[in-house]
Design a protein. Structure first.
Lengths: 210, 311, 555
């Protein structure tokens, strides 16, 4: 499918359109996450002690490992997209599958983390318990924590599925036909990673040793 | 719905009269612009209608001086109105020091009013002519809004905090009170009236209610009954901040910041004591959420306000 | 400069001479279409349905308000009616109206493209709109929602006994329809313009929808998240907006209005775009100050993001915040004023014919002017204290949205109807309808300015007796307005079926859309045109000029 869609005068034009479309979409995603970041800032400012107390219970070990996992996956995605441009389909397949695999590792670790938090009664609507006097602030912190990381995980899952589909399709047919799509997919993956780069410090690091 | 209460065309408060001058000026300016635009459109449409032989040579597509004028002129007028309005608006937030304080509790779907001496009313508010009145308001449930069209005042009344408004009525009479923030089923019926009376009559009215402890006295009774005095009196063995002269004083908090002890601070300290802990004190005060209702809180606040520092 | 391949006329493809309407008559050919023109018609049918549904709610409201007593419906029903009216009219009629119908149909034609950038996404956006609509209809059937279209907390999260979660889900869903439409338009205008169609040769209708699309993609996601938080709060009582749990009801208001103020510019900018197409055509004159008009559109969009706090002057927000928002609100009025002056100046030394579309467009300018001027009263903090939450505000926004946007939408429908359906509508009926609507509208809403200034609060199903006379005028006007709206529903439908066949360019208008047959074929252009002139190349003193592009065959 190297010919452009009917209404584009050239493949390059179609690629430019797809790229602009992806950037606009990422802008909408940023605005979608925005209110949660605002809510976090509001909570940090209004209940600084409560939020600090709550954030000490996040699992910084898993959080840090997950950050390394995700950043590495982004590296693999970037290398995979580059491999496609160099017409190395087999290498690209491996790289994208590794990225997807690392994404899956992230989700598994996150799942374990959620399970632990559930057992520690830190899930706001499932038998939440937190030491007085910070129980309300902590509930709000964990609501934002699960909300933001959950939304992030949903986006990551979509990214993993997309990478797997690319890897499969790289196995049949000319590599070049997928170059534009994989570039867009890579952009999306980096954006999801970028969101995590903000989530990690605000949820795991701030006031850890306050 | 309270019938027979009027919303007069002439404002019945000092600030209201100022607002009306601004309103009429706006009306004049915007009316002039609207008429000018309408006249131009009408005139051009008729004069340059297709069948007319009017001169259409050299139609302009840009006339710089005209465009600059019609950009700069509205800008200057708007800035003028903005500055005027902001000045008037800031007066809404500066109640005179000698204002008569009245507490208002809004709930679905009524206004509960309590004067300092304990005299209560529902859906009505008696005030004296010519004396500033300040309303300290909170809601028991959802957001309401205290609206007196005759005084040109309105203020949203929120749960969990206090908002205030003030006015000085300029003439006697009955004036409509409406709730102006949609608050549920009977929002439209949450009205009432402000009754403005000459000062002497008002004093008589205020004193003539059913015998009742004043707000501050009631607050003192609660202060002892629920145990505040157990920690906050100087004779207590528990190290707790003293409360004499607290109201209006700056308070240094444990996180390094400083706040002024207003109504909302006092209310929060009683209901959510961990939210703002005083510097140098352990966060051991229990919360009284659920034990005290809004009426009790208003009384406690009135009591604390009455406890000035000894000279 | 992008070099064009020699063959721009779809080699090896049989060009459809037939109109897009005749490209398949099955339901499937419509429901699975990728043709922006068919998608525009799908939207048109849906939003018309919702318009009359929202209008039905309004009719019952005005009937109730004929007398001070609440004797037509009970309070709870009335509250559900004004909520339904607001939710339906804002999200299911006004926001999609011009962009999703006229925008979808015309933007590719106006820029010389065959399609929008992402045709399948376009169809998806209509399905998402329909899904959102189904949720709203289910909400109504399940008993409605009574929070007002503004969903203020804590009433919506903790106190309302109605179907809040269902309702916000419907709005959440339809928001994504808006986002996809906006995304599509942005990419289309950036990447699919015909050769020679530079930014400053674009018709103002395209500029207007482009700026609207910027707002759509940036503001709507904030609404989506805000409504999600309302749903979460209602279901789980986390406490984000509940002061007893440390939350803040004002946080909701900031988040909500951060979207909902730009939303009103989503509703009015496309209408301004329509006016800028109609007025030059029927004045036979270049629009006055084209560049300033384009800059003003962008200015309105950008400053419009900075004024949301003017909905909260008496909410308990800080006095300083209010003053800042007041200043910005005065500033956003400047570009709007410039546009009104420029439309008026376009008429000067023109050659004006007062056709149906022109009546709607001039009506738009007049009513938008009044609505905009009354906005200044509300921008002035000291006046807003008295006027907010009264019928003055109701009148203000109806002047802009109904006197403004709906009139412009109707004007645009009439202007482009020959192009869309290939037939002419009866011009005399159009003029009668325009005048009826203008009269009915003013009779309905002007008294509401007086009611508000006098002190009648909004969202009241019963009111103090002194307000009755003005309410009677208003309700009478509403009846006339309703009849006025039924007229075009009737004769435009009739025209679609039995009107006289329309030529390519019945109005002698400029613009690439008029270079195609009426209705256009599926691919819009046999040969992609090469643009050599700017827009609105009209000459009032002579015969109608050649149109703004020459379809030179490519070398």
């Amino acid at each position: 499918m190297s010919a452009p869609a009917e209404h584009f005068e050239s493949a390059e034009r179609q690629h430019q359109a797809a790229e602009l479309g992806m950037w606009v979409f990422l802008a909408t995603e940023l605005m979608f996450f925005g209110p949660l970041f605002l809510g976090y800032a509001y909570g940090r400012w209004s209940f600084s002690e409560g939020f600090a107390a709550a954030s000490r219970h996040t699992d910084v070990v898993i959080g840090t490992i997950n950050t390394a996992v995700l950043l590495t996956s982004s590296l693999f995605v970037a290398l995979g997209a580059r491999a496609v441009k160099l017409d190395r389909g087999a290498a690209a397949r491996v790289l994208l599958l590794c990225a997807a695999g690392l994404g899956a590792v992230f989700l598994v670790l996150k799942g374990l983390e959620y399970h632990d938090e559930w057992r520690e009664h830190l899930v706001p609507w499932l038998d939440f318990r937190f030491a007085r006097p910070h129980q309300h602030a902590a509930a709000m912190f964990y609501f934002l924590y699960f909300g933001m990381t959950g939304l992030h995980a949903v986006h990551l899952t979509i990214g993993i599925a997309v990478m797997v589909v690319f890897a499969v399709r790289l196995g049949s047919g000319p590599v070049a036909r997928l170059e534009n799509q994989i570039d867009m997919g890579a952009l999306y993956w980096h954006f999801v990673d970028g969101i995590w780069v903000f989530l990690y410090p605000i949820l795991y690091l701030v006031e850890r040793h306050g | 719905m309270s019938a027979g209460l009027e919303t007069p065309l002439q404002a019945a408060s000092t600030l209201g009269t100022t607002v009306d001058v601004l309103f009429l000026t706006m009306l004049g300016v915007t009316g002039a612009v609207a008429i000018a635009v309408a006249v131009c459109i009408g005139y051009f449409t008729i004069r340059y209608r297709r069948s007319s032989g009017a001169d259409r040579s050299n139609p302009p597509s840009r006339v710089r001086w005209v465009e600059v004028t019609w950009t700069a002129t509205p800008l200057i007028i708007f800035l003028g109105i903005f500055l005027w309005s902001s000045a008037v608006f800031s007066q809404f937030y500066r109640p005179p020091r000698d204002a008569l304080r009245v507490h208002v509790l809004a709930k679905q779907w009524m206004w509960k009013v309590e004067h300092d001496n304990g005299r209560r009313e529902i859906d009505t508010l008696h005030v004296p002519v010519g004396r500033p009145v300040e309303l300290i308001m909170t809601s028991q449930d959802v957001i309401h809004s205290f609206f007196v069209p005759a005084f040109r005042i309105k203020q949203d009344v929120l749960p969990g905090r206090y908002t205030s408004l003030w006015f000085t009525a300029t003439r006697s009479g009955h004036f409509s009170l409406f709730c102006a923030e949609y608050c549920g089923t009977s929002h439209a019926n949450m009205g009432g009236g402000i009754t403005v009376m000459p000062q002497a009559e008002f004093a008589k009215w205020l004193a003539s209610g059913p015998e009742q402890a004043g707000l501050a006295a009631r607050g003192f009774e609660i202060y002892r009954r629920v145990g505040c005095s157990g920690c906050h009196e100087p004779t207590s063995t528990v190290h707790a901040p003293g409360l004499t002269g607290l109201y209006g004083r700056p308070v240094h908090l444990s996180d390094g910041s400083t706040v002024v002890a207003d109504e909302t601070y006092i209310r929060d300290s009683i209901l959510q004591p961990q939210k703002q802990v005083v510097a140098g004190f352990a966060p051991v005060m229990p919360s009284f959420q659920g034990q005290l209702d809004e009426d009790d809180l208003i009384a406690l606040i009135a009591f604390l306000k009455s406890r000035a520092r000894p000279p | 400069m992008n070099a064009l391949p020699a063959e721009q006329s779809l080699p090896g493809k049989v060009l459809h001479e037939e109109s897009y309407l005749r490209e398949g008559f099955t339901l499937r050919s419509w429901l699975l279409t990728r043709d922006h023109k068919r998608i525009a018609l799908l939207y048109m049918i849906s939003i018309t349905g919702f318009f009359f549904l929202g209008g039905a709610a309004a009719s019952i409201i005005r009937l109730e308000l004929l007398t001070p007593a609440g004797d037509v419906v009970d309070a709870e029903t009335y509250n559900k009616l004004f909520t339904a009216h607001g939710v339906i009219m804002v999200w299911f009629f006004l926001i999609p109206s011009i962009p999703a119908t006229l925008g979808n149909f015309l933007i590719p034609l106006m820029i010389g493209a065959r399609e929008v950038a992402f045709p399948r996404l376009n169809l998806a956006s209509w399905y998402i709109y329909t899904l959102g609509g189904i949720f709203v209809v289910i909400t109504l059937i399940a008993g409605g929602v009574d929070t007002g279209w503004t969903f203020y907390t804590p009433f919506s999260t903790l106190f309302s006994n109605s179907n809040v979660v269902l309702a916000v889900m419907g709005v959440f869903i339809v928001g994504f329809s808006s986002i996809l439409t906006g995304l599509n338009f942005i990419v289309t205008v950036h990447r699919l313009r015909a050769p020679g169609m530079t930014w400053f040769r674009l018709p103002l209708f395209v500029w207007a929808n482009y700026a609207t699309s910027l707002i759509l993609v940036l503001a709507t996601p904030v609404l989506a998240m805000t409504l999600s938080l309302v749903a979460f709060e209602r279901l789980t009582h986390i406490g984000i907006f509940d002061p007893a749990l440390g939350g803040d009801p004002l946080l909701f208001q900031h988040l909500f209005w951060f979207y909902s103020h730009p939303a009103v510019y989503i509703m009015v900018l496309p209408a301004m775009g329509v006016a800028s197409e109609i007025i030059p055509c029927f004045a036979r004159k270049q629009v006055f100050g084209y560049r300033m008009m384009a800059y003003a559109i962008l200015g309105i969009a950008i400053i419009g993001f900075l004024v949301w706090g003017h909905h909260m002057f008496v909410s308990g927000q800080s006095m300083y915040a209010s003053i800042a928002f007041s200043l910005l609100s005065f500033l956003v009025a400047i570009p709007s004023a410039i546009k009104v002056f420029n439309w008026t100046a376009t008429l000067y030394k023109g050659s004006i014919s007062v056709s149906g579309p022109m009546l709607y467009a001039l009506g738009f300018v007049g009513l938008f002017t009044i609505g905009g001027l009354t906005g200044l009263f509300l921008a002035a903090t000291a006046l807003d204290v008295h006027l907010t939450d009264t019928y003055f505000v109701v009148a203000h926004f109806h002047y802009i949205m109904v006197g403004g946007t709906v009139m412009a939408y109707l004007g645009g429908l009439h202007f482009w109807w020959p192009k869309i359906v290939g037939r002419l509508y009866p011009e005399n009926l159009a003029r009668i309808a325009a005048v009826t609507i203008f009269i009915g509208f003013n009779l309905t809403f002007f008294p509401q300015y007086l009611l508000g200034a006098w002190g009648m609060p909004r969202r009241y199903h019963e009111y103090a007796p002194q307000f009755q006379l003005l309410n009677e005028f208003s309700s009478t006007g509403a009846a006339i307005l309703g009849i006025g709206y039924l007229l075009p529903l009737g004769y435009l439908t009739w025209a679609m079926l039995r009107g006289a066949r329309a030529p390519s360019n019945p109005w002698g208008a400029t613009g690439l859309e008029w270079e195609t047959p009426s209705p256009p074929p599926k691919e819009n252009f046999a040969v992609i045109p090469r643009v050599v002139r700017g827009p609105y190349d009209y000459h009032p003193s002579g015969a109608s000029a050649p149109s703004g592009a020459s379809a030179e065959p490519q070398a």
